[in-house]
Design a protein around this ligand. Structure first.
Ligand code: PEP
Ligand code: MG
Length: 325
């Protein structure tokens, strides 16, 4: 198995007709960086940084954050590591932050909202990320972006910190790419405007499905109604990709959908440039991608987008691509 893994990890991630995609890893913990390498990830598409804040008695210092990011970045260089800024709140808790109890936490003070409110917390993390950017290729992305103002506030803060570091003589990458996660329906609606300000998009389907369909992603009572292939979800992904491409920026997808074999033809046909997933899923997703034709996936998606519900989409998809899986 080791030998095969090694062989697969060195094959290019491209369709039969030569459409190249970047296949990257999602990391929840820095230790997982070894899996990313072993399974042939071309870098990290989503480094969740919450673990550094969860189950701790004190907030992590800038140096601790910096050393952690730096280890991951150095281990994967020259491949990029996309560091997502703190996404606490909603379904992700951290007692160290003593956040207010909310009736509706998924719609409350979470992710970028919390960071823009608690600017000190955000600045510490941004300084650490920027310092790590001197040791490899770092990209930064903000979670739960709902519109342009929010994105610009976060982006401007990065600019301020770059200036601060320059004055202190601390090295960082001045060309660092700054992206928006697209996981709130309002961000899809203004994706054309956001694409003017962001260097890349990364679609977080775990949340995008939740907010689009109004289905709590963690609630077993409604789990059956959580539909990745709902026509609304597919249209939103398409709108996001089109808006990004019209503005000339790449569009990634880093939700759980990226690691599902049956969804791969859809995501390829919708034109995504990057898929980021659990490292363990990478080899089989890549092998399947190499069996597919981009042209056929595009044609299939045109047909799928005419269908009215997830059941129809799933049936058509299984009929066409099921036998290959
Ligand atoms: C997502 O929402 O799809 C995502 C990748 O982020 P998380 O699952 O951490 O919210
Ligand atoms: Mg999310």
């Amino acid at each position: 198995l080791k030998v095969r893994l090694h062989q697969v990890s060195h094959l290019p991630a491209e369709t039969r007709d030569g459409r190249r995609l970047a296949l990257r890893a999602n990391l929840d913990l820095p230790e997982e960086v070894s899996f990313a390498r072993e399974y042939g990830a071309e870098g990290v598409g989503l480094f969740r940084t919450e673990y550094l804040y969860v189950s701790r008695r004190e907030l992590p210092s800038e140096d601790l954050l910096f050393e952690t990011y730096r280890r991951v970045v150095e281990a994967l260089a020259p491949h990029p590591v996309t560091i997502r800024t703190l996404d606490i709140g909603g379904d992700k808790f951290a007692s160290v932050l003593s956040l207010p109890e909310e009736i509706n936490p998924a719609l409350g003070l979470r992710a970028i909202r919390l960071c823009l409110k608690e600017e000190g917390l955000f600045r510490t993390q941004l300084r650490a990320i920027l310092r790590a950017s001197a040791y490899g290729k770092v990209k930064i992305m903000f979670p739960m972006i709902s519109g342009v103002t929010e994105f610009l506030r976060a982006r401007n803060l990065v600019g301020e910190i770059q200036q601060e570091l320059a004055e202190e003589g601390i090295p960082f990458d001045p060309d660092l790419k700054i992206g928006a996660m697209i996981e709130v329906p309002s961000a899809v609606a203004v994706a054309d405007l956001l694409a003017q300000e962001a260097d890349f998009f990364s679609i977080g389907t775990n949340d995008l499905i939740q907010y689009t369909l109004a289905i709590d992603r963690g609630n077993q009572e409604v789990a059956e109604l959580y539909e990745p292939l709902h026509p609304a979800v597919l249209r939103f992904i398409r709108q996001t990709v089109e808006a990004g491409h019209r503005a000339g920026i790449p569009v990634a997808l880093c939700g759980e959908m990226a690691g599902e074999l049956l969804y791969v033809p859809v995501l390829v046909g919708l034109g995504l440039d990057e898929l980021s997933m659990n490292p363990q899923s990478l080899p089989e997703i890549k092998l399947f991608l190499r069996e597919l034709s981009y042209e056929e996936c595009r044609e299939a998606v045109e047909e799928l987008l005419k269908l009215t519900c997830q059941d129809e989409v799933k049936e058509a998809l299984s009929a066409r691509f099921g036998p290959m899986i």
